[in-house]
Design a protein around this ligand. Structure first.
Ligand code: ADP
Length: 246
């Protein structure tokens, strides 16, 4: 077990967005989350990274670190939680006035206060790995959407997280640019990263995941092996969704 999520609950005002989510993520496993728009997928991901603070629920990590949102949670606990996971956003969220390299070094230099030489070396090797070794000094507007998203992935990797979270990483991309980004994620999967990916790319989900989760109305309706959930779902809501998406 890498991370256990128990009773994760979140409301925005009157709107109950997550309804007591239980989930276990094993080390090196890739979990993809599918489901209709508004079902709570992004909020679940954000709760795993302290970008949203759940109302209730317990996150327990393999190393004994635990956050119980039913009790008072300290800033120190939240920053430790946010450092455990690297987040890749749908809309890249890059700093427009920083180069690709500067976008990648920002977290380790400014937030983690690591040594400049060490961070530069790390950032360059990560940018090489995502195929942007020759684009490091370009600004986001000089890069294609796919290249910007690869900078987004490099930036998340640069904080050296234990877990990678992807929020619809290809949904803002032109279809011809999707493949490169998915390939980078597949490469990370082959390296053994533990990842949670929210995606509409069902074919990709089938190829890459150990577990597919179908969410609806803030609940996990069904989860299992990709071929089971995607090819022979047991729940009617899952099969209706899959038919709609395909
Ligand atoms: P999904 O990722 O499945 O599309 P989200 O987690 O983004 O779903 O959103 C679930 C619901 O929560 C939606 O109805 C959305 O409008 C609402 N929501 C998300 N974030 C906020 C927020 N910060 N404030 C108020 N409502 C929000």
């Amino acid at each position: 077990m890498f991370l256990s999520v128990k009773g994760l609950t979140k409301a925005f005002g009157e709107l109950q967005v997550l309804n007591s989510i239980d989930l276990t993520i094993d080390e090196g496993n890739i979990i993809t989350i599918i489901g209709p728009s508004g079902s709570g997928k992004t909020t679940l991901l954000r709760c795993l990274n302290a970008l949203e603070i759940p109302d209730q629920g317990v996150l327990s990590f393999h190393d004994g670190f635990e956050v119980n949102f039913g009790q008072k949670v300290s800033k120190k606990q939240l920053s430790k939680l946010s450092r455990k996971a690297g987040m890749v956003f749908q809309s890249y969220n890059l700093f427009p006035h920083k180069t690709a390299l500067e976008n990648v070094t920002e977290g380790p230099l400014i937030v983690q206060k690591r040594k400049r030489d060490e961070v530069l070396q790390l950032a360059k090797s990560i940018l090489n790995k995502v195929g942007l070794g020759d684009k490091m000094d370009l600004y986001p507007h000089q890069l294609s959407g796919g290249q910007q998203q690869r900078v987004g992935i490099a930036r998340a990797l640069a904080i050296e997280p234990e877990l990678m979270l992807f929020d619809e990483p290809t949904s803002a991309l032109d279809p011809e640019l999707v493949g490169d980004v998915l390939q980078v994620i597949k490469d990370l999967a082959n390296e053994g990263w533990t990842m949670v990916i929210v995606t509409h790319e069902l074919k990709f989900a089938e190829q890459v995941s150990d577990t597919v989760i179908f969410m609806d109305h803030g609940q996990i309706v069904e989860q299992g092996h990709p071929s089971q959930v995607l090819k022979s779902p047991t729940q009617e809501r899952t099969s209706k969704f899959i038919k709609r998406v395909i």
